[in-house]
Ligand binder design. Structure first.
Ligand code: ADP
Ligand code: G3P
Length: 498
């Protein structure tokens, strides 16, 4: 009996494999971090081969932990850090350079030139996106322009492009399947979210040959089967989705108006807007949530580039804490931030500001500010950024969020969740299983493989762990918001050449 569904969750800092049973319960988990490369200020790279070997390693480990074989697994669902661009040789499978990570700012100037040509609205209406170095398109262009011979090879059809799920599908099937899903395609700035096709006019502007792009498929469908070389037998790959869209699915936000926020390396707030795209007027992007049953669902998204990464910075660079979890205890050793604000704009600011040249700032420091204040202010900065996005989301959708579903690594932090409820003046609801990204991928794959019949069956699996209710007096809340607004302005344009 095929009783398990395998989710491969290829995140920004680590790869995970989780095996779920048919009740949506985690039965095995393996996780491994991989190397982050920062070759220049504002640049971020990964080694695509390391992403593959780490992902395969944790998959084998999760299986052996509970002694299951390929025969026990009904399907694999893949979910991934989005926008990260990989280009590789079709014959040898060797990447032509490191993967350019979503956080990387190297194409900021080129994005400026597109804006100067007056193409911002043109891109927005076709792709739903703001022109920004964040999205994959300009990264692919950069590779073709800067890696010797790459453009000619790409034009001859010798190179392939993919985001991380495409790379993993291609590796798992030993080069048989070169495909992506609607949700990931919608993050490339090359995909037309109205026609659901790669956009020829955009490809011409970016000078990217169409032959290197993957086929775009539904998020829940059988992509192919894994080579028997990896798991001792073939396993169908039944689903793929960008991690934030997968989390929206895992949080069972199937209906328009339902939203979730994920606190991982960054923070990503998505609201399901149904079968028609809503174009933002308030600094959000329009994205495809998933494609299934012959149609797509759209979402509004607020992408915050630095969230949990700021806690890693406290741990690894500032050495103020020994572990991310310690931030909770340290922040509560002081009653407030003593007037201090941290703006973690390490790789620019995403929604709703979209400032490619913003950089981090710590303001309001006086002689009495100590490390606990800085830690508390850093945690609060996550909640301020999410709050800014919620206001934009409400303005765009006309829907007031009466509560917020949360997940992701940093949602384990009770102090942060309480602060979020306080800043939003609305309850925060944390589910029993915060591995909703992996869960969403498992659901998409399980639906394709017939493990679950429909989304109603899945909805019954969502269980609450804890609800955080707002407790901050309104006057105090307003005062803090005013301070944050002032602080964030100090970060704007910092890295812009005079
Ligand atoms: N208890 C905690 N408090 C605050 N931040 C945390 C806590 N636990 C994990 N984090 C942060 O969450 C992030 C990891 O979450 P995860 O969902 O695994 O991210 P990703 O999928 O982006 O790799 C890290 O950046 C880490 O610093
Ligand atoms: O790796 P995560 O979970 O921080 O997600 C990264 C996002 O997909 C980037 O858009």
């Amino acid at each position: 009996m095929k009783q398990y569904i395998m989710a491969l969750d290829a995140g920004t800092t680590s790869n995970r494999c989780i095996l779920f049973d048919r009740a949506g319960k985690i039965v095995s988990l393996a996780q491994k971090e991989f190397t982050q490369y920062f070759p220049k200020p504002g640049w971020v790279e990964h080694d695509a081969d390391e992403i593959w070997s780490t992902q395969l390693g944790v998959a084998v480990e999760a299986m052996s932990k509970i002694g299951v074989s390929a025969d026990d697994i009904a399907a694999i669902g893949i979910t991934n850090q989005r926008e990260t661009a990989i280009v590789w040789d079709k014959e040898t499978g060797v990447p032509v350079c490191h993967a350019i990570v979503w956080q990387c700012r190297r194409t900021a100037k080129y994005c400026d030139s597109l804006k100067e040509r007056g193409l911002e609205e043109w891109f927005r209406m076709k792709t739903g996106l703001t022109i920004d170095a964040y999205f994959a398109g300009t990264k692919v262009r950069w590779i073709l322009e800067h890696v010797e011979g790459a453009k000619e090879r790409a034009k001859r059809g010798e190179l392939l492009f993919g985001t991380v799920e495409t790379w993993l599908i291609w590796k798992l099937t030993k080069g048989k399947v070169h495909a992506t899903d609607y949700s990931n395609a919608s993050r490339t700035m090359m995909f037309n979210i109205n026609t659901l096709q790669w956009d020829d006019e955009i490809l011409e502007v970016l000078d990217i040959p169409k032959c290197m792009l993957p086929e775009v498929r539904p998020s829940s469908c059988i992509y192919g089967t894994t080579s028997p070389a990896y798991f001792g037998g073939e396993i169908p790959i039944g689903g793929a989705a960008g991690d934030q869209q997968a989390a929206l699915f895992g949080q069972t936000c199937f209906s328009p108006g339902e939203a979730k926020n994920t606190y991982g390396t960054g923070c990503f707030l998505l609201m399901n807007t149904g079968e028609t795209p809503v174009f933002s007027k308030n600094g959000l992007v329009t994205t495809i949530a998933w494609g299934m049953d012959g149609k797509v669902q759209y979402a509004l998204e607020g992408s915050i580039f630095v969230a949990g990464a700021a806690i890693q910075w406290l741990r690894d660079e500032m050495r103020l804490i020994d572990s991310a979890a310690d931030s909770e205890y340290m922040a509560q050793k002081v009653p407030d931030t003593n007037g201090c604000y941290v703006v973690p704009a390490f790789t620019g600011l995403g929604a709703p500001y979209w400032d490619q040249y913003a950089r981090g700032a710590i303001v309001g420091i006086t002689r009495g500010v100590n490390k606990c204040h800085i830690i508390r202010a850093t945690l609060e900065s996550l909640a301020y950024q999410v709050h800014d996005v919620i206001r934009a989301m409400e303005a765009d959708s006309g829907i007031t969020l009466t509560s917020l579903k949360v997940d992701g690594g940093a949602s384990a932090n009770d102090f942060l969740m309480q602060v979020q409820a306080d800043f939003d003046a609305a309850p925060v609801r944390r589910p029993a299983c915060v591995e909703t990204t992996a869960m969403g991928a498992a659901y998409l794959a399980g639906l394709a493989a017939g493990v679950w019949k429909n989304t109603e069956e899945i909805r019954a699996n969502w269980k609450i762990d804890r609800e955080f209710t707002p407790a901050l007096p309104e006057e105090k809340r307003q005062e803090k918001m005013k301070g944050w607004k002032k602080a964030v302005r100090y970060a704007f344009d910092w890295a812009k050449e005079e």
